[in-house]
Design a protein around this ligand. Structure first.
Ligand code: UT7
Length: 350
């Protein structure tokens, strides 16, 4: 028994935000952004009208239609995001309600894992399918980053990189050993948790650093999720040690890809299409050259969408398939590295 991708879909908001638009609100330039990241533009959802849940729902509808399954055929939902509508409950149940698919009361699991969220989700789904527990799993990766970024010059190393979007797949069992998920490899190292993180507001109370830094008052009774100092100092946005993330990414991407190939008894030359998480075009190009892959064996779309975190891989995979670049029998490799740090890879025989 294997897990196959029975359908895929994606949705990106209509509004295109060019690099030039950032020039008027912060100290940055189109040249800097293109040169350092490869990004030319990204999409931003409509504030108050679109959310991570609604973007995910649009992608899920497209994937269900592509797979030819009905809403109530879905027996499990996995939703990966780092930009949820609510702290809790998660987007899984919100999307279930949004799509009016509560009739069969299918379980909905929310996962974090940031940039690796889609690969972690695929791995979880793969286990549920292989054990026979579920027959139609809807896996969604979605982000509405634009609602939570620091658009002042202080946040420029993060805010110019991220974009909004969603991708989804329907996963089903297959008896055919010549298709489906070959394996998944998952890793993490929490040593670097704060190097790419969205820390406040939260329940940490300064535990990992010191409480003065965040202006926590002395209290025996909790109730200090958000402090005045956090607000006054605007410590309420994601932060990233870009250079460290970059260095680790270019080391871990090839490692985890090779590890998956070794486990399957395959070689780099067996890969037909590599779909790397879209964090930075320079990272993808480094990985491509390290592995010795040709340009037509790697799908990149960060130029048009920026980094949509949990959504980059399903969007890119769907685009590559629609462009006729992934065909029956192809070996597709997906890989990601990001906040946590978490990273992983998956090999899929199409
Ligand atoms: O999916 C999540 C995983 N994330 C990643 O994989 C991201 C990995 N890291 C990166 O992609 C890169 O590190 C960045 C694109 C974030 C930054 O590029 P960099 O080449 O590493 O630049 P840097 O951080 O070393 O900064 C170089 C300079 C600094 O100025 P000084 O100190 O040299 O005067 C920054 O302040 O560029 C400045 N800078 C900017 N300048 C214009 C940082 N952001 C910007 C900006 N516009 N948006």
């Amino acid at each position: 028994m294997r897990t196959k991708i029975a359908g895929m879909g994606y949705y990106v908001p209509e509004r295109i935000v060019s690099n030039k638009e950032f020039e008027s609100i912060m100290d940055t330039s189109d040249e800097w952004i293109q040169e350092r990241t490869g990004i030319k533009e990204r999409r931003f959802g409509k504030a108050h009208l679109e959310t991570t849940t609604t973007l995910g729902a649009r992608a899920a509808e497209a994937a269900m239609s592509d797979a030819g399954v009905e809403k109530n055929d879905i027996d499990f939902i996995i939703f990966a995001t780092l930009s949820p509508d609510y702290y809790f409950p998660g987007c899984g149940v919100l999307m279930q309600r949004e799509l009016k698919m509560t009739k069969n009361e299918a379980g909905a699991l929310d996962i974090r894992n940031q940039c690796s969220g889609f690969i972690y989700g695929l791995s979880i789904a793969d286990q549920f399918i292989k054990t026979g527990q579920y027959k139609n799993i809807l896996l969604v990766g979605a982000e509405m980053h634009s609602m939570g970024l620091d658009f002042s010059t202080r946040g420029r190393n993060v805010s110019v990189i991220f974009g909004d979007g969603a991708g989804a797949v329907i996963l089903q069992p297959t008896d055919d050993d010549s298709e489906g998920v070959v394996n998944t490899v998952l890793h993490s190292d929490g040593t670097y948790a704060e190097e790419l993180a969205f820390i406040n507001p939260g329940c940490h109370g300064g535990y990992h650093s010191n409480k003065e830094q965040y202006g926590y008052p002395d209290t025996d009774f909790g109730g200090v999720f958000l402090t005045q100092k956090m607000w006054d100092d605007q410590m309420i946005f994601p932060n990233m040690n870009g250079q460290l993330v970059f260095k680790m990414a270019i080391q871990k991407f090839p490692e985890v890809i090779i590890s998956g190939l070794n486990k399957a008894g395959l070689n780099v030359s067996d890969i037909n299409m590599l779909i790397p998480h879209q964090a930075n075009l320079r990272i993808s190009q480094f990985v491509q050259h390290k592995l010795g892959l040709r340009d037509d064996q790697v799908w990149n779309n960060i130029q048009r969408y920026g980094n949509t975190t949990a959504a980059t891989i399903p969007i890119a995979m769907c685009e590559a398939r629609d462009a006729g670049k992934i065909n029956k029998g192809d070996l597709v490799c997906i890989a990601a590295f990001g906040s946590g740090f978490t990273w992983g890879s998956a090999l899929i025989r199409w």
